[in-house]
Design a protein around this ligand. Structure first.
Ligand code: ADP
Ligand code: ZN
Length: 727
């Protein structure tokens, strides 16, 4: 009999898999999708079995045996198929994609940590020593405690508790409950509005039939998309299937998880903010079919569900669905592929859908369902646009905050309402330079100016994270003439506190939420009224729902427009439209104050006047004219090296290969990247523009067939399919 040979995908670039012999005692148990340990390049490595068959071993070559089988870790077949598709499309190895989609603690066999929980037995009437009685009396009745907490409370050690358990006075149980922040949610068993009913009915049919179809749920902010999701989720669960609900941002999960949990019991929250043990535990539970619904960020798409029946991608336009490290997948795009593989409807929800999605919908590939009313009757907020050039003139200084916004902030305080002020820049000031010689302080590892953080008194690079103290004198001319320029959230809080001293302000940005799940605590505090005003970066712009917020301020709304990126206008439009949607979600009307220097910019105008079609039509026309998505398929190549000479040489050599693989595709570059020096690396890039995504794939196929891009020492190459970052 031929030996059983397993093809194993290993986490390294290059080949998809390598063959190993399966020891006969394993042959019975091993299956495709299983995690195994093998020896690779003389090191033990983890991998996944992707092919399994009895066949003749290769001649003149001794196959190594599989060393170990990781019991209980099996990637479901459809998920493996999706991962295969993703590895091919995004051009990484199957092993790299698996490593990027099955959490490390699962692959490494981390055993879920168990905690012991102690509960007092109420009806216990047995005999105890005085000491034991003392301990039992110290425990609360009708409540379970962690062993550690009980020990502290009752000043007793574990053996004592074990004796008490033996005597029947307490019960010790194992608890693997995952610790997460749980918020309270209002009860939302509202009757569906007519619009919501129509939306639910449209998806219900393919859902029941197990047929894939993609829907764009296009609903203005506050139109009740979540209720549509929950209703359809209930139907999928009733069919015995599981539901995936993807969110763009970890900060949004507690709020939505609370709403989901009011309705369903077997719910998992899935993101990277958990401990290794917790993640390993959840993965196994999901694979065992213990969850009806998984809600989480992009990686939740790879939760090992046995029978997914509905996939929902909320805020589908968000860029955070694109992963910026290997595997560089886009979770929304993969969700649609997954829906096709498992026969499930996919819902893309947004108030500001991406241009790609709008284009697909107009082409008839997606079915559009719209929600145009707010069930609570709230009106979309009335916008006030402030021209900051005029404002500075009127205030006779470099003003950051308009008088209009200040006046309104004073009013919300007196009315007991709340406000959100958005500024997409953290720290005190983004620029520190010398007023004598003009020297600007920049990061020694990056071509980036350093941001001053006043609290810790440090200069920080927002790219590499490098940090140094603020010098007393200018490093160039040695004069004590360094000054800060520009506004960050830290300084904004201080400016607002000066203008409206009675206002309680909470700042939410990467600096204030460093702690695990810290944002959830801050948002919770805000929801409970711990502050009147939330100041933050883009984190506060997304899907949050605070009914008492009636005022939203956006500072420097046009700043992103100056970024050299073909999506700059789209992002600006989405930001302004989304953040406006945070006001007036309850019964009280809302106001949005938008500050900009270029008040005529179409994305800002269209967002404020609620004219999505005007924006989309104009922007699509531009994309078409200049050949950008959705009218093109892009692939970006990025070369980086410590040596400027090496990176240039290799980029040019590889560039010649790109050119010879091209059949009419335009190739921009290779040339130095917009950020030409980052984290000590010199960077070159090239952008390939094909006529469609399919054409871009054909180009990559031809490139591979011609030998690909040969590895060069000391130069790292990144291939980014459908890139979002292009600088
Ligand atoms: P979206 O996600 O579309 O921005 P939400 O789902 O957060 O909107 O809904 C906005 C508000 O409207 C929420 O407070 C929600 O409870 C409420 N709501 C949604 N649907 C209904 C309904 N059918 N009847 C009453 N209130 C509703
Ligand atoms: Zn740096």
């Amino acid at each position: 009999m031929d030996p059983l040979i397993a093809d194993v995908a290993i986490d390294c670039p290059g080949k998809d898999c390598y063959s190993y012999r399966v020891p006969e005692d394993l042959a019975e148990r091993l299956a495709v999708g299983d995690c195994v340990e093998v020896s690779f390049a003389r090191r033990p490595m983890r991998g996944f079995v992707v092919e399994l068959a009895r066949r003749a071993p290769p001649e003149g070559f001794a196959l190594k045996d599989i060393i170990r089988h990781r019991e209980g870790v099996r990637v479901p077949a459809k998920l493996l198929q999706l991962i295969r598709w993703g590895a091919r499309y995004y051009r990484c190895s199957l092993g790299e994609f698996l490593a990027g989609s099955v959490p490390a603690p699962v692959r490494e066999g981390v055993v879920p940590e168990e905690r012991l929980v102690i509960t007092k037995v109420a009806a216990f009437a047995g005999k105890l020593t005085a000491r034991q009685r003392q301990v039992v009396d110290a425990l609360p009745a009708g409540e379970s405690l962690l062993l550690a907490d009980a020990s502290e409370l009752a000043k007793a050690d574990r053996p004592l508790f074990e004796r008490l358990a033996k005597a029947g006075a307490i019960v010790i149980a194992r608890d693997r409950e995952v610790r997460e922040i749980r918020l309270e949610a209002r009860d939302e068993r509202h009757a569906l509005t007519a619009e919501q009913r129509t939306a639910v009915d449209a998806v219900a049919q393919p859902l029941a039939a197990g047929v894939h179809q993609t829907f764009l749920l296009y609903g203005i902010t506050g139109s009740g998309k979540t209720l549509v999701y929950l209703e359809l989720a209930a139907q999928a669960i009733a069919l015995g299937k599981q539901v995936l609900l993807l969110l763009p941002e970890i900060a949004l999960t507690p709020q939505l998880a609370a709403r989901v949990r009011r309705r369903f019991e077997r719910v998992a929250v899935w993101h990277s903010g958990f401990t290794d043990g917790e993640r390993a535990h959840m993965w196994r539970e999901a694979a065992a079919g213990r969850f009806d619904l998984v809600v989480g960020t992009r990686s939740a798409l790879f939760a090992p569900l046995p029978n997914p029946g509905l996939v929902i991608v909320d805020e589908e336009h968000e860029q955070s669905y694109k992963q910026e490290s290997v595997p560089r997948y886009h979770a929304r795009d993969l969700a649609i592929v997954y829906g096709g593989l498992v026969g499930a409807p996919v819902i893309l929800g947004s108030a500001t859908p991406s241009l790609e999605t709008v284009h697909n919908a107009r082409a008839g590939r997606y079915k559009v369902i719209t929600l145009m009313d707010r069930p609570l009757g709230g009106k979309l907020p009335s916008p006030v646009l402030i021209d900051m050039r005029e404002e500075c003139h009127a205030q006779k200084r470099q003003a950051h905050v308009s008088r209009e916004l200040i006046t309104r902030l004073r009013q919300i305080k007196s009315r007991g309402e709340q406000a959100i002020v958005l500024l997409n820049r953290r720290g005190w000031s983004p620029v520190v330079s010398c007023t004598e010689c003009g020297h600007a302080l920049s990061c020694p590892n990056c071509d980036i100016s350093l941001t001053y953080h006043k609290g810790p008194g440090k200069l920080r690079c927002h790219y590499c994270g490098g940090e140094r103290s603020m010098p007393k004198t200018c490093p160039a001319c040695q004069q004590p003439t360094l000054a800060t320029f520009g506004l960050g959230t830290e300084q904004l809080v201080s400016a607002l506190a000066y203008e409206v001293p009675e206002l309680k302000i909470l700042r939410v940005d990467a600096d204030t939420v460093a702690e695990r799940q810290g944002h959830a605590k801050l948002f919770q505090a805000f929801a409970e009224g711990a502050a009147d005003c939330l100041v933050g970066t883009q984190m506060v712009a997304k899907g949050l729902d605070f009914p008492r917020v009636t005022l939203v301020g956006v500072l420097c709304a046009d700043r992103a427009l100056s970024v050299p990126d073909f999506r700059a206008a789209e992002r600006t439009y989405q930001l302004v439209a989304q953040v406006s949607g945070r006001a007036g979600r309850g019964e009280r009307p809302g106001t949005v104050v938008v500050q900009a220097y270029d008040t005529e910019a179409p994305p800002i105008r269209c967002a404020l006047d609620h004219r999505p079609k005007a924006f989309v039509d104009a922007e699509l026309a531009l994309r078409k004219e200049y050949g950008y998505p959705p009218y093109a398929g892009l692939v970006r190549f990025l070369w980086s090296s410590e040596s400027q000479a090496d990176v240039q040489l290799v980029a040019q050599e590889h560039g010649a290969r790109l050119a010879s693989a091209a059949k009419g595709e335009a190739i921009l570059g290779p040339n130095p990247a917009g950020l030409a020096f980052l984290k000590g690396q010199h960077r070159w890039h090239a952008l390939v523009k094909a006529s469609s995504r399919g054409a871009a794939q054909s180009f990559l196929d031809r490139l591979e067939a011609a030998g690909g891009l040969p590895k060069m020492k000391k130069v790292h190459v990144v291939i980014d399919v459908d890139p979002y970052v292009t600088s």
